[in-house]
Design a protein around this ligand. Structure first.
Ligand code: PDD
Length: 287
């Protein structure tokens, strides 16, 4: 059966889902998006993702073409229509300012494009989750609106590609000597049992997973400080990990070729991996 996608209110076969060549998402990266994980066919914090989508859209002055309830209904229907009930899956939602003859100012009567796909998604390789991964750091030259989840991801793409070419799982951005976040994840460092992560604000995309992990930390009695960590201190951390919808809680055991801690996932990261798994299980009913 051909994959079904959602496009502007309709559920259509993938091969028939077409958008005009002058869509502003294509021409100007004039759009916002979200990525949501489904565990056993049930979404993890879909509302939080949709609320962030609404905030991102507001930040680029893009009125949402549908209410959040309607987007939520469409998302759930799309997952069902693709035979993903009961399965682990990923939902992608993108809204752009739509097609218009190329000109920088907003079109007088925008017709936003809303696109969603839903696909099976196993989650991160369990072997990586057990062993941990390597990362490099990359100078963070992105704009100062990183809290807006726009499709303008070129610097994230370039940094991720640099990481992949270096044989690494993730690139960790460093701005002014301070760790901000990963190319598609949030970054954390552990010092003497306390978790440190960059505060929310314009220099990071404050992740739904980040929030869940902070909640898990509170529940487990693990202290957290939302303060920036310098690159020098990152190298000297006991543990490092990154979090994201598709990354979950991933231990980082080497940064820029330097071994972190013992070179193996540490006890705080392990506890938070379990705490996060418990949260997703409790909230989605996954066994
Ligand atoms: N990215 N920071 C950046 C720059 C991201 O792109 C992401 C997620 C995160 C983590 O956010 P969350 O926990 O809400 O997924 C942080 C998604 C998964 C992506 O672009 O594919």
């Amino acid at each position: 059966m051909e994959e079904i996608v959602y496009l502007n209110g309709d559920f259509v076969p993938y091969s028939r889902a077409l958008i005009p060549v002058e869509d502003r998402g294509f021409l100007f990266a004039d759009g916002v998006y979200e990525v949501v994980k489904f565990y056993g066919g049930r979404p993890f914090r879909l509302r939080a993702h949709l609320q962030r989508l609404e905030q991102s859209a507001a930040a680029i002055r893009l009125p949402l073409p549908a209410a959040l309830d309607e987007l939520e209904r469409a998302a759930l229907e799309l997952v069902a229509r693709n035979g993903l009930a009961g399965r682990d899956a990923v939902l992608y939602i993108q809204i752009t300012r739509g097609p218009a003859r190329r000109s920088h100012p907003f079109p007088p009567a925008p017709r936003p494009t809303t696109f969603m796909f839903a696909r099976p998604e196993q989650g991160p390789d369990p072997a990586l989750r057990e062993r941990g991964v390597r990362a490099i750091t990359v100078e963070d030259r992105r704009w100062a609106l990183c809290h807006v989840k726009t499709v303008g991801l070129l610097l994230n793409v370039l940094a991720k590609q640099q990481a992949v070419e270096a044989g690494c799982y993730e690139g960790i951005f460093v701005r002014g000597g301070v760790v901000t976040e990963g190319t598609a994840s949030n970054a954390f460092a552990v010092f003497a049992g306390t978790v440190h992560t960059h505060p929310a604000g314009p220099y990071i995309l404050s992740g739904v997973t980040r929030q869940a992990v902070l909640e898990a930390a509170v529940r487990l009695g693990i202290p957290v400080v939302e303060e920036p960590v310098s690159l020098e201190r990152l190298y000297a951390a006991d543990e490092v990990f990154v979090t994201g919808t598709l990354t979950e809680v991933m231990p980082v055991v080497e940064v820029d070729g330097r071994v972190i801690g013992t070179g193996r996932p540490g006890p705080v990261t392990r506890a938070l991996q379990q705490g996060f798994a418990q949260l997703t299980a409790a909230e989605t009913g996954r066994a």
